[in-house]
Design a protein around this ligand. Structure first.
Ligand code: PHE
Length: 342
């Protein structure tokens, strides 16, 4: 028993020599002196000794315990003394620099666009990225088995509904929010919908499976292409900080009639022709058109009374044009060297 006590004492004192921080000290205290501690257990077993032994060893044990407790106190003081020294902070030293983050260039342009549209009386709306086949396709006049479905390579979700159909998709465009917005707010209506869209694309420098669009929708009495072009010119002035020349070509989308493609004069070469515009002097900016009467009907709006325009601005593309970014894959790369430039 005496040996046991002596060994324990040595063990504890050896450990105490090494201890440098409070946490470890406390763990040590629990390990030996806690309720289930090794040393406590020895003390507890004293009661099983006979009377003489109990007296002698009991006394020894108490002395050792006192010694150990004193040592613990001493170490504790040393440690807290050191901590106190650390608390003497030199307030004249320069502080630690907190590195501020960066807005993604997409967010920068999205914020700018939102401000511009809000100033023109548009609401900024949101919609689900996991969308029903109905809102993504049917409600924008693309029925099942319509060849126009092939225009957008779609991620279908591998889950059938009660009728045995695949009825969920990752939305392929923000046009999926058109009918949602009409159903919710009715006419007249002005809104933009920025957001991520998804296509099952082979990825290269100009194609991504995930990119951003901004849908625009304006419904009211006597809304025509003139309104659309006026809004677009205002928008481009805001983005490029100068008057930008536009041209309109016919384009096909099932949810607009007539459909157009809006091009802008190349902002790099001012229309003279350069690699960015493939020497044509023009850049494709966005498809648009007047909302198809059927889509208005799906939205619960009377096409006899109201008309509207819609556009599908390629937000990612616009950001690439504005900043001269030549590889779309950079956006989802998470590469700080890319992001820190903005
Ligand atoms: N939703 C179409 C696309 O992503 C773009 C578009 C929107 C065209 C609105 C016309 C009107 O391809």
């Amino acid at each position: 028993m005496k040996d046991k006590l002596a060994n324990l004492k040595k063990e504890i004192l050896d450990y105490l020599k090494e201890v440098k921080d409070d946490q470890v000290l406390r763990e040590l205290e629990i390990k030996y002196l806690g309720r289930k501690g090794k040393f406590t257990e020895v003390l507890r077993n004293l009661k099983n000794l006979d009377a003489n032994e109990k007296k002698e060893i009991g006394q020894l044990a108490n002395e050792i315990k006192k010694e150990i407790l004193d040592k613990f106190k001493e170490v504790k003081n040393i440690i807290s003394g050191e901590n106190n020294q650390n608390k003497n902070i030199d307030v004249t030293l320069p502080g630690k620099k907190i590195k501020a983050g960066h807005l993604n260039p997409l967010t920068i342009i999205q914020n700018e666009l939102e401000d511009l549209f809000i100033a023109m009386g548009f609401m900024v709306l949101d919609g689900p990225e996991l969308e029903s086949d109905y809102y993504n396709f049917e409600a924008v006049n693309i029925p099942k088995n319509h060849p126009a479905r092939d225009m957008q390579d779609t991620f279908y979700i591998d889950k059938k509904n009660k009728a045995g159909e695949y009825d969920l998709v990752m939305r392929t465009h923000t046009s999926s929010v058109q009918v949602r917005a009409m159903q919710k707010y009715g006419a007249p209506l002005r809104c933009v919908v920025p957001g991520r869209v998804f296509r099952c694309e082979a990825i290269d420098a100009s194609h991504e499976h995930t990119f951003d669009q901004m849908e625009g929708l304006m419904v009211g009495e006597k809304i025509s292409l003139v309104n659309l072009i006026a809004v677009m010119k205002e928008l481009l002035k805001g983005i490029f900080k100068k008057e930008v020349e536009v041209r309109v070509r016919p384009g096909y989308f099932p949810f607009v009639e007539p459909g157009i493609e809006l091009d802008i004069k190349c902002t790099l070469c001012e229309g003279k022709g350069c690699p960015a515009c493939k020497n044509s002097g023009w850049l494709e900016l966005m498809p648009a058109g007047l909302v198809h009467p059927k889509v208005l009907e799906y939205g619960g709006i009377d096409p006899q009374k109201y008309s509207g325009f819609a556009f599908g601005l390629g937000l990612t593309r616009l950001v690439m044009m504005k900043y001269g970014i030549n590889d779309i894959r950079l956006f989802n790369s998470g590469d700080l060297r890319f992001l820190e430039q903005f």
